[in-house]
Design a protein around this ligand. Structure first.
Ligand code: SF4
Length: 394
């Protein structure tokens, strides 16, 4: 079998699901959300931009928006699920257009690097005997200067991942193995994520040692999959979003008895929200990385739901979550009157002429050193901004 990042992730989540999807090739009813639909249309449009550039054809921004609208209208169907129903389809379309416009404005005339291919497919062997194979599709492969390669990946998530996720992301690291295989003398392979919702580009690299370790880890994972004979079910809260739940032995008795008798009563908005949240939180680190955007949206939905219900506690099937409000101190805008006052005050207290860098790391350390309680902070540093944030705990 040829492996891919998503195949390996599926096995890690549930061996039985892996069997149904990749061995038995069971075709479940396809469900598409508006977020997935939007992501596909945006990817297609950026693919067109660079594919045409490879043919020396430059699209104007109007050409691209026109293409995006046509693709949107031609492929949209009513069965697409809109979870956040306070947004209209039109608003999602406008969001997609904004992603393209921002990207175009930022990178026009697209000469920062030379595009080598789009939707670049690779298939590599992880070992010399060519027993372990893995494949993938790179959104765009480019060369900054001879020997310096770039893997560009477009993300339409509504949330920026924490830096540790970028440093440990497996998907693009696998792509780096693909590029290294094609260009063994590459001097540098850069992993580049474009977070289109923020018009932000984040870069990372992997050392030779990290790539070697990744290869070994993948071989080990493939060995584990290949040796599997039973393909046990691995029930978790993620089952609620599994396309095979209806035919899964783990759940089918429930479908014949409980599901019927409890009908929709149990499927309250609150229970579903909490269960989905727990499922994501209980996933592996890699799963959380893949679904971090969904996690953030869920948190927003839960906070909004709790506010509407005028409660701070939400209950799921097996868990309860509590929503608490916290006050966070924020440094005023650099150069503002408050920022100058803050700097002056800290210099006075520390008796120092210069402060290396007035950022949150410094401020937190400073407050800890002073052993201040909240009321001391308020009294001594009234120029700090206070922001109320919500926190969800199990
Ligand atoms: S419903 Fe759960 S246990 Fe069953 S196949 Fe899907 S993920 Fe696995």
């Amino acid at each position: 079998m040829i492996y891919s990042h998503s195949r390996i992730c599926t096995f890690e989540q549930c061996p039985y699901k892996f069997k149904l999807r990749y061995i038995d090739k069971v075709q479940p009813e396809e469900v598409e959300t508006i977020e997935t639909f939007l992501g596909s249309r945006v990817h297609e449009t950026l693919e067109k931009l660079y594919r045409d550039l490879l043919e020396k054809k430059e699209n104007t921004i109007e050409d691209l928006i026109c293409y995006l609208r046509k693709q949107w209208d031609d492929t949209y169907r009513d069965s697409i699920i809109i979870v956040k129903n306070h947004y209209s389809v039109e608003q999602y379309r406008m969001k997609a257009e904004r992603y393209i416009q921002d990207y175009y404005k930022t990178f026009y005339p697209f000469k920062q690097e030379k595009t080598l291919s789009v939707e670049h497919h690779f298939l590599i062997s992880l070992d010399e005997s060519e027993e372990y194979k893995i494949q993938g599709y790179i959104d765009r492969l480019a060369e900054r200067k001879p020997g310096y390669y770039e893997i560009h990946d477009y993300k339409t998530n509504n949330r920026l991942p924490p830096p540790k996720y970028i440093q440990s992301d497996r998907q693009l690291a696998i792509y780096a193995l693909g590029v290294k295989d094609k260009y063994p003398y590459a001097k540098d392979i850069r992993l580049i994520w474009h977070f289109l919702a923020f018009n932000k580009k984040i870069e990372s690299t992997r050392t030779k040692e990290e790539l070697t370790k990744l290869k070994n880890d993948l071989i080990h994972l493939i060995d584990t999959i290949e040796k599997e004979e039973i393909y046990p079910t691995r029930p978790s809260m993620l089952c609620n979003w599994c396309e095979f739940k209806q035919i899964c032995p783990q759940w089918s008795p429930l479908y014949t008895t409980k599901e019927r008798s409890e009908t929709n009563q149990l499927k309250t908005v609150e229970r579903n929200l909490v269960d989905r949240y727990i499922a994501l939180k209980q996933g592996t680190r890699q799963q959380r990385l893949d679904l971090y955007a969904e996690l953030e949206e869920l948190e927003i939905e839960m906070i909004a739901y709790a506010k509407k219900k005028n409660t701070t506690v939400l209950t799921g099937s097996n868990h309860t979550v509590k929503i608490t409000t916290q006050t966070q101190y924020v440094i005023p805008e650099k150069g503002s009157d408050e920022w100058i006052l803050l700097l002056k005050k800290i210099k006075e207290i520390t008796n120092k002429e210069e402060i290396p860098k007035l950022d949150m790391t410094f401020l937190t350390r400073f407050i800890t050193d002073q052993k201040w309680k909240k009321r001391d902070i308020d009294r001594n540093l009234p120029m700090l901004k206070k922001v109320k944030t919500k926190r969800i705990t199990l």
